[in-house]
Write a new protein. Structure first.
Length: 278
């Protein structure tokens, strides 16, 4: 039985949209009414199909599907702000012809009257050349929304944010892999509680002892938003490489509690499953 403290948060300041692979963060005024609603999603890897084409495999990836799903979430939840949490594009060191075409099309399709911000991921070299002027860019150290630190996840969180309540990351493309399981190959969410000193590597025991908040940080690892990555097995292959450059993987193995949840919202296990995902 999962402990109540590690149950995925679904009320108050955030709501997990399991089947939409995204998170809502509510920024409330002192009077308690919602003033801004942030939609957090990431790991789009727009243009990933070019990697397959170079190997002689034709894959049809649709930016239109991404735009359509985001617009449906925006309308349903009355979203005011969208935060893309890293890896908008797929190539790491350059910009491919597909990205030159499809990344601007994607942002033209979702911007409208919304505020849109991109947090840089490790695949976003040169991304500023592809963005409309109205799209803001945050560096890889992340964005603090209330008590929630949103960052891509390919770097360690910096001490500036050590008092945050919750860390929301992508990058890892969490997929459950267990031979013989009907769930094997499916994207999942990871919800964990990790000692603060393992998340913020520069903290020492003395500073934790004097810290007035919780000694554990809630860490949420989001699945990739782009379902085409799952269908093509790109996400599975990419995850192996991404984890090599993700210092937070070691921190997650230190989790005192964890819950693994499917994109349908079904709880399938605890920290013992981390070895099957990371």
């Amino acid at each position: 039985m999962m402990k109540d403290s590690v149950q995925p948060p679904n009320r108050g300041e955030i709501r997990v949209l399991y089947d939409h692979r995204s998170i809502l963060i509510f920024d409330k005024t002192d009077q308690g009414s919602s003033s801004r609603r942030y939609l957090i999603l990431g790991d789009l890897h727009i243009g990933f199909e070019e990697k397959f084409r170079a190997q002689g495999v034709k894959i049809e990836a649709s930016v239109d599907r991404l735009i359509e799903e985001i617009k449906s979430i925006v309308d349903l939840w009355k979203i005011t702000d969208i935060v893309i949490n890293g890896d908008v594009k797929s190539s790491i060191t350059n910009i491919t012809s597909s990205e030159w075409e499809k990344v601007p099309k994607f942002f033209d399709g979702i911007c409208d009257d919304l505020n849109v911000k991109v947090i840089l991921g490790n695949h976003d070299a040169g991304i500023k050349q592809l963005l409309p002027a109205k799209v803001d860019v945050a560096d890889s150290t992340g964005l603090l929304l209330g008590n929630n630190l949103v960052m891509h996840g390919h770097t360690n969180p910096i001490l500036k944010y050590r008092n945050c309540k919750r860390l929301i990351i992508g990058h890892l493309h969490p997929i459950y892999l267990k031979k013989g399981s009907p769930l094997s190959g499916q994207p999942v969410w990871i919800f964990a509680k990790v000692p603060r000193t393992y998340v913020f590597q520069g903290m020492i025991a003395e500073s934790v002892a004097s810290y007035s908040g919780e000694d554990l940080v809630e860490v949420i690892v989001m699945p990739s938003f782009n379902l085409d990555l799952i269908v093509s097995a790109y996400s599975k292959d990419t995850a192996r490489e991404e984890r090599k450059t993700a210092p937070l993987v070691r921190s997650l193995y230190r989790a005192e509690e964890a819950a693994i949840v499917t994109v349908e919202g079904d709880l399938i296990g605890d920290a013992s499953l981390l070895n099957s995902i990371l």
